[in-house]
Design a binder for this molecule. Structure first.
Ligand code: 4NP
Length: 156
């Protein structure tokens, strides 16, 4: 399974989502590939935002080695599932899809924990107190991703 977490800047939300899912997969000895990217390239090459690094560290996860990169068309070929954090990410990812198969790979991440509700992970960039909430939302979603994808895989 190859999973790509996508947000706008690839410095706040998606690096956390990547770190949390990688951590859970390691605990379960699951060999899935996880990466993250941003629909915008302003922060390419940078480490995650220090507030994301800090909230991850609080829960025993090191995301400080990650490097931001911009989402590209190959990501839709290479990954099995691309998770958007909000509706605007979803639209931007869809613009890069070149087939129905690629479109079908794109999901809202919180639909794993709250099916069909299209809830969003709020952008915490301008809100210092938003990082704990974002962490909790992503933690719950990642827990459910493992359960749901394992079931989907068995059903196919
Ligand atoms: P992210 O947050 O999409 O969760 O990484 C943002 C980070 C930077 C910007 C926007 C959102 N920015 O406009 O620079």
């Amino acid at each position: 399974m190859k999973i790509l977490m996508v947000c706008l800047g690839n410095i706040c939300r998606s690096p956390l989502a990547q770190g949390i899912l990688e951590h859970k997969l390691k605990e379960r000895n699951l060999d899935w590939k996880v990466d993250s990217a941003g629909t915008g390239g302003w922060h390419s090459g940078e480490k995650p935002d220090k507030r994301s690094i800090s909230i991850a560290k609080k829960y025993g996860i090191d995301i400080s080695k990650q490097q931001a990169r911009k989402l590209n068309g190959y990501d839709l070929e290479n990954f099995d599932i691309l998770y958007a954090m909000d509706a605007s990410n979803l639209q931007d990812i869809k613009k890069l899809a070149q087939s129905k198969e690629e479109l079908a790979k794109i999901r809202m991440i919180l639909n794993e924990s709250y099916p069909n509700e299209n809830k969003i992970v709020p952008d915490p960039y301008y809100n210092d107190s938003g990082f704990e909430e974002v962490y909790q939302m992503l933690d719950k979603a990642c827990e459910q991703i493992i359960i749901n994808l394992t079931k989907e895989h068995e059903a196919n």
